[in-house]
Design a protein around this ligand. Structure first.
Ligand SMILES: Cc1cc2nc3c(=O)[nH]c(=O)nc-3n(C[C@H](O)[C@H](O)[C@H](O)COP(=O)(O)OP(=O)(O)OC[C@H]3O[C@@H](n4cnc5c(N)ncnc54)[C@H](O)[C@@H]3O)c2cc1C
Length: 491
């Protein structure tokens, strides 16, 4: 066979939400990227639908937030939950409010948490949007191509596809899903609580329910009929639906079950596929093996009730992207930082997802040790960086700009957020005069915000995480020159 050989900076294996976002992030950092996906199209099930604020902030940095909000317009305003014996009898429930351990509603947060609102968009709709954007940004994206084997040496990693093509890359991101053949081949083990709860099935169907849902723009409707218990998810709010039912039996007479759940005849009902799934909590014990990095479900699987699986994976590649770019540009890279940071974040989110089971009528997730929902949705997790003096709380969302956390969002002039200061570059946000800081080696921005004292500065990594905080420009310059303890890839 005539073997085609190509080279790239980073090879991404897997073209789900995480692999496709990785391609966008890597292009944002100016790296050459090739992506292989064995499927020929998008996910056959809508699965993930909730895109959280932190993910929207990442898409904002990539210049794609508007594009995604536009693609998500079908479910705009579908913020409410509903419940009833059948869909026909269901009513919208009061708007959900975050609650503490005891179920008492937490007072609303007075500060706007993010420049971006979350949105609802089905995975099978979002994947093609990301794919097109990645191609437009110059990524080489090949669907219908399976990676059959991966070998690495000290300099590079080489993947061979089922079509015989060989790609040599400096680094490889395995975004190849929960069963991750690459993780398995590397012998990377996983830890965690394992299988949780009962098996479930997701029935993806189309039916014209416009009349029935006209006054009920719900996200999820809890169906309480004894013969058809489950959750009905809006996929486009009109024709496309997913019915989630407990029990692993994919072979039930779904036409009849769905008619019972809806409480009305369903002319034109078509069941497209039935997916059996089981909630699991498992986190890879190593996110890195040499030049290969795990991301997304390959690195962590978690119950979907906190809607965090894809969002956590997208945060993985947002972190990894800038670290790979720094390493490829010859800076002494903190590539081991990727495991330290994202393994901790993955474990935390998977654990939080495991204690979140929701009865919609109760209105609040139950379970002890619950983090404030915005900690999950807004990147409130604190990375274990050197130099941390204050620990970020998890049961409240009150970010004050501690080291290892995402910079709190505050509006600056001209509709810019503090989050817009960094990415793809580092940035120094300074309260008061920027002049004393101008020789520190970072782009300096004046940001007179409530969480900084006059004369104080925070150094932002390209992923908007605070690497250093202080009032002494000379100290920052020394650390930067010494390739210091807090940040080893500063420009
Ligand atoms: C019912 C349900 C609801 C959910 N809701 C949410 C939600 O609201 N929000 C949220 O954030 N998450 C949610 N999730 C979780 C979310 O769906 C997953 O976390 C996310 O899709 C994982 O994305 P990924 O790209 O890591 O993996 P995948 O989507 O599994 O993609 C991996 C890809 O790799 C490809 N691949 C594997 N091996 C190879 C190979 N050798 N060569 C080439 N390609 C290969 C596969 O074909 C696959 O397309 C939900 C999950 C379920 C089951």
């Amino acid at each position: 066979m005539n073997v085609q050989r190509t080279q790239t900076d980073v090879l991404v294996v897997g073209g789900g939400l995480v692999g496709l976002t990785a391609a966008l992030v890597l292009r944002h950092h100016g790296l050459a990227v090739t992506l292989f996906e064995r499927r020929t199209g998008a996910s056959s099930q809508p699965k993930a639908r909730r895109v959280n604020m932190r993910t929207m902030e990442i898409f904002r940095e990539l210049g794609r937030a508007e594009l995604i909000r536009e693609a998500a317009r079908d479910l705009a305003g579908h913020d409410r939950m509903a419940a009833g014996r059948t869909l026909a009898e269901a009513e919208l429930l009061p708007l959900w409010r975050p609650a503490d351990d005891s179920g008492t509603a937490i007072e609303p947060i007075l500060v706007e948490p993010s420049p971006e609102l979350p949105c609802l968009i089905a995975q099978d709709l979002l994947e093609p949007v990301l794919r097109e954007a990645a191609v437009r940004d110059g990524a080489r994206v090949r669907f219908g191509t399976e990676v059959a084997g991966v070998v690495q040496d000290a300099e590079s990693v080489t993947a061979t596809t089922d079509t015989g093509e060989q790609v040599r890359a400096r680094y490889l991101i395995a975004a190849d899903g929960a069963r991750s053949p690459i993780r398995e081949a590397l012998g990377i083990t996983r830890s965690g609580q394992g299988v949780l709860g009962e098996p479930n099935v997701n029935v993806y169907f189309t039916a014209d329910l416009r009349e029935l849902v006209r006054d009920k723009p719900f996200n999820l409707c809890q169906i309480e009929h004894p013969q058809a218990r489950g959750g009905l998810c809006s996929v486009d709010g009109r024709y496309r639906w997913v019915f989630m039912a407990a029990g692993g039996d994919t072979g039930r007479e779904w036409q009849r079950v769905l008619e019972t759940a809806i409480g009305a005849p369903l002319p034109g009902l078509e069941v497209h596929n039935v997916l059996a799934w089981q909630a699991e909590m498992r986190v890879a014990d190593r996110y890195r093996a040499g030049r290969v990095f795990l991301a997304g479900d390959a690195a962590h699987v978690m119950p979907p009730f906190a809607a965090s699986g894809a969002n956590t994976g997208i945060a993985d590649v947002h972190d990894l992207g800038w670290q790979l770019a720094a390493a490829l540009r010859g800076r002494t890279g903190p590539l081991d930082g990727y495991h330290a940071e994202r393994h901790a974040a993955g474990w935390f989110t998977a654990e939080q997802s495991s204690i979140r089971t929701v009865n919609l009528r109760d209105g609040v997730p139950s379970g002890e040790g619950l983090a404030h929902p915005y900690v999950l949705a807004c990147g409130g997790f604190q990375y274990p960086l050197p130099g941390i003096t204050e620990t970020e709380p998890i049961t409240e969302f009150a970010p004050t700009g501690r080291i290892g956390t995402r910079i709190p969002h505050r509006w600056l002039a001209e509709g810019r957020s503090t989050l817009d200061l960094a990415g793809p570059d580092w940035a120094l946000a300074v309260a008061g005069s920027p002049i004393p800081w101008q020789d520190c080696g970072f782009p300096v921005h004046q940001a007179d915000v409530d969480f900084l004292e006059p004369g104080e500065a925070v150094l932002l990594r390209p992923d908007q995480v605070i690497a250093w905080r202080g009032t002494d420009p000379r100290r920052l310059t020394e650390l930067a020159v010494a390739d210091g303890v807090c940040f080893t890839t500063a420009q």
